[in-house]
Design a protein around this ligand. Sequence first.
Ligand code: ATP
Ligand code: MG
Length: 583
Amino acid sequence: MSQDVIGKSAQDLAQANMQDYATESASFSWDKARELLDGLPGGKLNIAYEAVDRHVNNGGGDKTAFRLIAKDESTTDISYRDLMHLTNRFANALQSLGVEKGDRVYSLLGRVPQLYIAVLGTLKAGCVFSPLFSAFGPEPVKARLEIGGGNVLVTTRLLYKRKVAPIRDQLPELKRILLIDGEDADQDLLDLAKLMDAASEDFEVVATDPEDLALLHFTSGTTGKPKGAMHVHQAVVAHHYTGRTALDLHPDDVFWCTADPGWVTGTSYGIIAPLTNCVTMIIDEAEFDAERWYRILANHKVNVWYTAPTAIRMLMKAGGDLAKKEDLSNLRFMASVGEPLNPEAVLWSVDVLGKPFHDNWWQTETGGIMIANYACMDVKPGSMGKPMPGIEAGIVERTENGAQEVTKPMALGELALRPGWPSMMRGYLHEEERYKKAFSNGWYLSGDLAMRDSDGYFWFVGRSDDVIKSAGHLIGPFEVESALIEHEAVAEAAVIGVPDETAGEIVKAFVALKPGFTADEDLRLSIVGHARKRLGPAVAPKEIVFRDNLPKTRSGKIMRRLLKARELGLPEGDISTLESDEK
Ligand code: ATP
Ligand code: MG
C-alpha cells in the first residue's frame, strides 16, 4: 500500500463545491439534495426535465449543452434550448407512433447526437431507455433486447442490417425500428429525421413518479452473464448531487466523460449529471487516441475530466511527453472509475499533468458514485476515498447469521452499503432471487473485497471471485498488479490464482509491456525480482507470462475470469462483452 498522501492547496479548496467532507456529511440529507432540483408539480420528477428544460426555463437556453467532436474533429454545438426542442420532437415522434409510457426504447448507436437526443426524448415521454454498445454483435444485442422486452430500437441502417435483421424474427416485442440515416426507409424501418421534422418542438414532459422506471442498464459482464439493473427517475437526485460533489461540476465547466453511453457511466455521468449541473459537455465520436485526447483537453479547455484506469494506463504507455506538448492548464479536476486505479497512475498524473486523478467507486447496481476522492480531501494514491455524504459503507463478513460488520481498521471483508439512496437499482430484471441474495442484515453486498483504514478511506482489494488463497495468505490481485506496473517495462498486468498442490493456489501474472521493451528471460527475472522486493516472496507472482494484450470488456475492465478459465481449460462462459482478445 502506498504511503504517499497528496495534499490539497488553499486554491483547490477555494474552488471546490464541497468545502469540508465531515461538515457536509453531517448536515446531508437526500431531501436537501432533492431541493437542488426543480421537480414537477405534485411531487413528480423526470430526469430529462431536470437535465434540459429547467435550465431553459431558468434563462439558460443559450448555453451550450454539448459540443460534439466528429471523427474528423469538426465540431457541432447544441444549446440547451436546441436540446429541449430536439428532445421534444423525439418524444412527440414516439407518441405519434403509439409508443406509450413504460415502453422500452433501446439505442444501438455510436456517440452521435441522435443517441443523446433519444435518451432524453425517451425519458420525457415517460418511456424506459436502455443503451446498447454499438460494437456488440447480434447475440448480445438479441439477449439484451429480449431480457428487457425492447419495443423500439434507434439505430443506423448498417448496424440494423448487420446485427438486428438476422435476429429480428426472434424479437416479437420489437415493433419499431427508427433509423437515423433512414431516408426512403422501407415500411417497417422508419426514418427518424422525417418523423422528427414532422413533430412539434413543443412537448409537455410526462410527469413521471420519482419511482417510475427510467433506465435499464446491463452490467459489464466482467464476472459472468450481464445482469439488467433497473433504475428509476429519482436516481437523478443522486446523479446531480454526486456530479456536484464527487466530480466537482460547476455551471461554467467544460466537462468530458470519456465513457460510452452503452455503459452506465456514459449515461449517469456522460449525459445526466453534467446536464443537470448545467455544464458544457464534450462528446468525442472517435475511439481512444492519446494525441487526440490531449488535443481535445487543450483545444476545448476541458476543466473536469472523468475517465478510466485502462485509458490512463494507455496514456502512460504513450509517454508523458505527449501531454507536455499541449496546454492543459484549464484542467481543474480529474477523476477515474471502473477498475482499481493503481497508485502509480495517480503519481504519474501528478508528475505529468500536475494534478492527481481522483479515484471513485460504484457499480451499475448503485447507479451513481458511492465512494470517492473529493476536491477538498487529501488523496491517498491507491485508495477509492470515502463514502459520499448520505452513503453508509461498511466492511462486512458473510456469516451463518448473515452479514456482520467488521470495524477493525484494515480488516479485509466485503464492501457493503446501507440501501436507501435514490439511484440504487430497484431490481435485476427477471432475476428476483439474485436481487434478494444481494442483501443481508440491512446491507447491500457489492461482491467486491475492500478494507477501511483508520482515517475512513476505503481500499479496493479485488472482486470476491478474483481473490487468491495461497499458503494461508489471502492475496488481492490489485496489490500485486499495482506493484508490477511500477516496473518501468510494464504497461498492464492481470493476476490470477492457479491451483497448486502445496500452496492451494499460486499467483500467476499476465503482463503487457510498454513499447521498446523485449519480452525475454532477463526482463522476466527483473520483473519477478521487483515484485519480490515490493511484495515479499509469498505474495509476488511465481509465474509471469507476457501478452500483447489482456482480455477486457468493452467498458475497459480486465477479465481475469477469462484468463483463469483459459489457464485451467474450463469453459469461457459469457464473453458477449469481450473486447480485445488473444488466446
Ligand atoms: P458484472 O457485474 O457483470 O461482472 P461489472 O461488475 O464489471 O460486471 P460494472 O457494474 O460495470 O460491471 O462494474 C462495477 C465493478 O467495477 C465494481 O463492482 C468493481 O469491481 C469495479 N470498479 C468500479 N470502480 C472501481 C474502482 N474505483 N476501484 C476498483 N474497482 C472498481
Ligand atoms: Mg458487478
